[in-house]
Design a protein around this ligand. Structure first.
Ligand SMILES: [Zn+2]
Length: 250
């Protein structure tokens, strides 16, 4: 089907190797089966959850034998910092990321989040942040999806997406510009413990807000400290309760 001299990879292993060289991989983080904690940092070597005592590993249903090395639940985290930094290495993207700086509405009409009250009040509260036009204005969205689109399956996963509002309205909502940051495993909803799963993402967002990351910009051919602000979260009514950790809202 493909021409003989094509350079397409023939195995998943080769594709993974290529993606790794671009820092486009993801981290697998083991999680407690009851959503209490992630087995990272001081729990990296823990064998069971310190809160509910559930085993980190799967158990054979018939023999009761613990399958050491086979985790009960795995969170997939797609690190955002290397991906955000890399956007400034592509000239067209780096230019698109400056759109918001010079395209604010002048007639008082709302055409883009840059014209919103939230954006304006953030401008006023943290004046050093908008002074750098390359700083990123992000939104966070969480929703449930059925991985294989099987209507009969009750297995649900949760996706956490980041929307980049630096770009023009027709670009920031495009599929390729919306960033998948977390895949939270099912089969059930993580209830109000979703914050446990958000931990790695929030840590990176905090770092981008407080310290920033030295980034090369291909347009100016200089480096600068890239910072990011999380403007808001977007979710349906069910999810608001989960994200806020308020069970009674549901
Ligand atoms: Zn637990």
């Amino acid at each position: 089907m493909l021409p003989k001299d094509n350079v397409l990879h023939t195995s998943t292993y080769d594709v993974k190797k290529l993606l790794k060289s671009f820092d486009m991989g993801y981290q697998k983080i083991h999680a407690c089966v009851n959503d209490c904690c992630l087995f990272r940092k001081n729990l990296k070597k823990a064998e069971s959850c310190p809160k509910c005592k559930a085993s980190r590993w799967k158990t054979n249903m018939h023999t009761g034998e613990v399958k050491k090395g086979v985790p009960n639940k795995v969170l997939r985290y797609f690190p955002i910092i290397p991906r955000l930094k890399r956007m400034f290495r592509t000239e067209s993207l780096a230019k698109d990321l400056r759109w918001h700086f010079s395209n604010r509405s002048s007639d008082g009409k709302l055409r883009h989040p840059v014209d919103s009250v939230t954006w304006v009040s953030m401008d006023a509260t943290y004046p050093s942040f908008p002074a750098e036009q390359r700083n990123l204005w992000l939104g966070h969205s969480t929703d449930v999806f059925n991985p294989f689109n099987m209507k009969t399956s009750r297995y649900s996963s949760w996706a956490v997406l980041l929307v980049n509002y630096n770009m023009a309205p027709d670009l920031c909502m495009k599929e390729e510009n919306i960033m998948l940051s977390l895949l939270i495993p099912g089969p059930h909803q993580p209830c109000n413990n979703i914050n446990v799963y958000l931990e790695p993402l929030i840590e990176d967002l905090n770092h981008l807000w407080t310290k920033g990351e030295l980034t090369y910009d291909v347009v100016s051919k200089t480096t600068f400290t890239l910072r990011a602000m999380l403007l808001w979260t977007i979710s349906d009514f069910l999810m608001i309760g989960f994200v806020c950790g308020v069970k009674d809202m549901i």
